[in-house]
Design a protein around this ligand. Structure first.
Ligand SMILES: NC(=O)C1=CN([C@@H]2O[C@H](COP(=O)(O)OP(=O)(O)OC[C@H]3O[C@@H](n4cnc5c(N)ncnc54)[C@H](OP(=O)(O)O)[C@@H]3O)[C@@H](O)[C@H]2O)C=CC1
Ligand SMILES: O=C(O)[C@@H]1CCC=N1
Length: 302
């Protein structure tokens, strides 16, 4: 139960409330998390936010994607230093990987060393989080944006101090959809490439389907409406039907019919399977590179 984990006295601190942080907050609020049990932390310089020690309402401080209006009523703190004295039960970190180094010292100084941090930063390993935030319970998680409607999927892995928090992290993140605990941190880059980025691949499929419909003579609005409803409906069927994706595909495919003619192109050598492998490979490599690029500089030998 979320209420057992997060209370107004021991709130959830969300550091960074852009596209992913905002999606998670929307999912938690939809599941009934009270606004007063949350502290959203913005940049220190965010206009309209409170000074250290106080909290304003999110309405005037958040702007990403119109989130300011949608999140009106959630207390906002300007800068991680303002978390001192707020006694968060746990922290969810959702800034860009490149923004970690800038806020790490303030965040580490503001938090008791027993407070766990759940990071959703792509590519940043547990060791990099520990270097930035100090030795504490740490969970590296990778959600995706359908979390906003409780339909996301999150992969996660913990350091030794964070392992006892995995059940509570599962409770928190499970509200946003399903949760997978990875067997090893090495799997996180591929999980990021597949599921963190995955919704974008599916949305691009909608764009491609619509463009193909236009090329075959459909009006653009009609092609867009058909493509969107087809992908949404196929996803809903996949969710509602226990059969695997291959069986659902076969149920559409009449021998000698239109689908088989289309799949002959899509499933040819160097077709979608190859393209998707290259896609996920490139995203996995980028996740690994982000880890290297954001690693703290080693002290020089002299
Ligand atoms: N978008 C996605 O689908 C997913 C993203 N992620 C991860 O989530 C993280 C955020 O990505 P995304 O939401 O797309 O990026 P956004 O840029 O939309 O969000 C980042 C947010 O952090 C804020 N921020 C920057 N610096 C600070 C600071 N010092 N203190 C508090 N807040 C700060 C930004 O504010 P400002 O606008 O003022 O810069 C912004 O609101 C990334 O690490 C990404 O890898 C993970 C899974 C999926
Ligand atoms: O594109 C990115 O780097 C982030 C991580 C996964 C989805 N969005």
């Amino acid at each position: 139960m979320l209420e057992d984990l997060i209370t107004p006295e021991r709130p959830l601190a969300l550091v960074g409330c852009g596209r992913m942080g905002g999606a998670m907050l929307a999912g938690w609020r939809q599941a009934g998390l009270a606004d007063r049990a949350v502290r959203v932390v913005t940049r220190p310089a965010s206009p309209g936010a409170a000074s250290a020690g106080g909290a304003s309402s999110a309405g005037d401080a958040l702007s990403a994607g119109g989130a300011g209006e949608a999140l009106a009523g959630v207390p906002v703190l300007a800068g991680a230093a303002a978390l001192a004295g707020q006694r968060p039960s746990l922290v969810v970190l959702a800034v860009k990987p490149q923004q970690l180094a800038g806020l790490g010292p303030d965040l580490a100084a503001a938090l008791d060393a027993r407070v766990p941090v759940i990071s959703v930063l792509a590519g940043v390993p547990l060791a990099g989080l520990a270097a930035a935030l100090g030795d504490r319970p740490l969970i590296r998680a990778m959600p995706n944006t359908p979390a906003a409607i409780g339909r996301g999927v999150t992969s996660m892995v913990a350091n030794a101090a964070g392992a006892p928090w995995l059940d509570r992290a599962r409770t928190l993140l499970g509200v946003l959809g399903s949760v997978v605990v990875l067997a090893a941190e090495e799997q996180m880059d591929a999980a990021t490439a597949l599921a963190g980025s995955g919704p974008a691949y599916v949305f691009h499929l909608v764009e491609a389907l619509a463009a193909a419909g236009v090329a075959e003579g459909l009006p653009e609005a009609t092609a867009r409406a058909l493509a969107r409803a087809t992908v949404a409906g196929a996803g809903a069927l996949l969710d509602a039907d226990d059969r695997d994706a291959a069986a659902l595909r076969q149920a559409v495919t009449s021998p000698g019919g239109t689908t088989q003619a289309g799949l002959d192109v899509l499933m040819r050598p160097a077709g979608l399977t190859t393209l998707m492998a290259e896609t996920v490979h490139a995203a996995t490599a980028r996740s690994r590179a982000l880890g290297r690029e954001t690693a703290p500089a080693r002290p020089s030998a002299d």
